[in-house]
Design a protein around this ligand. Structure first.
Ligand code: 5GP
Ligand code: MG
Ligand code: MG
Length: 178
């Protein structure tokens, strides 16, 4: 798989170090709130697993799968829930764990959906943020790294369902797409 990667943007060590910092910050902000931490499948699954180990306090986890229609590397903003939460949100502090925010359309939809279920608060932690891709104004409450407006893979992020299991993040060689 390494042969398909043009450039590594974040090494495994850089990712893990940054996650440890985010975990500390989240633990400080959510102390005694028993937050419901929601992993957005599938992209955020590696991040979720590493992050919660660094949030040293009681929390609960749940999982949601959504799909946005459209071509493979851009989101359309039309979002469908493929797997819903098992937990009710009434009175809960919710933290959405995302892999990457690009246009912001997916997260904006998700945040509104969860707020309508009467969560007390809904915040967002994303490992990667691509501010250059925004089509709607949304700022993640916690963000690991800013990335350029390029398509990245690894550490949960896929191209055609592949490369999610890379422990680092990089940019694919152009010939992989063709
Ligand atoms: P948005 O709705 O913010 O445009 O896109 C959100 C989703 O699109 C992300 O959760 C992710 O699944 C996918 N996405 C956006 N940018 C990238 C990228 O650079 N690489 C990969 N693999 N997926 C991306
Ligand atoms: Mg995602
Ligand atoms: Mg994807």
């Amino acid at each position: 798989m390494r042969n398909d990667i043009k450039q590594i943007l974040f090494t495994e060590e850089q990712i893990q170090n940054r996650i440890a910092e985010l975990g500390k910050q989240i633990a400080a902000d959510y102390a005694d709130k028993n937050p419901l931490v929601i992993c957005v499948l599938k992209g955020a699954v590696l991040f979720m697993a590493d992050l919660v180990k660094k949030v040293d306090m009681p929390l609960e986890m749940d999982f949601m799968a959504i799909s946005s229609y459209g071509v493979s590397t851009k989101s359309s903003g039309v979002v469908r829930i493929l797997k819903d939460l098992e937990t009710g949100l009434e009175g809960r502090h919710v933290l959405i764990v995302e892999d990457i925010v690009d246009s912001g359309l997916t997260l904006s939809y998700l945040r509104d959906t969860l707020l309508r279920r009467n969560a007390v608060s809904v915040k967002i932690v994303t490992l990667f943020d691509k501010p250059g891709g925004r089509k709607i104004e949304i700022t993640p409450d916690y963000s690991g790294f800013e990335v350029p407006d390029e398509f990245i893979v690894g550490y949960g992020l896929d191209y055609a369902e592949k490369y999610r299991n890379l422990p680092y993040v990089g940019i694919l060689k152009p010939d992989v797409y063709s």
